[in-house]
Ligand binder design. Structure first.
Ligand SMILES: [Zn+2]
Length: 68
């Protein structure tokens, strides 16, 4: 299990990135929302989409959920 967070600030393309606690990119995120404790990024991204319509997995820590 891992703690997942979503960046409250969108990327330039509008995506709100989902990160695992401990990701070095998450450390750079100023405002984030805790999503929950999950075994994979998939349910975390689903949860994030209930908050922000446009979400994407982090390329580095949640690559399985990263698109485009
Ligand atoms: Zn990440």
């Amino acid at each position: 299990m891992a703690w997942y967070y979503v960046n409250d600030n969108a990327q330039p393309n509008g995506d709100h990135e989902v990160h695992v606690y401990g990701c070095s990119w998450l450390a750079l995120v100023v405002n984030k929302t805790y999503l929950g404790d999950y075994t994979s990024c998939s349910p975390a991204v689903t949860k994030a989409r209930t908050i922000y319509s446009q979400c994407n997995g982090c390329f580095y820590c949640s690559n399985a959920c990263h698109t485009s």
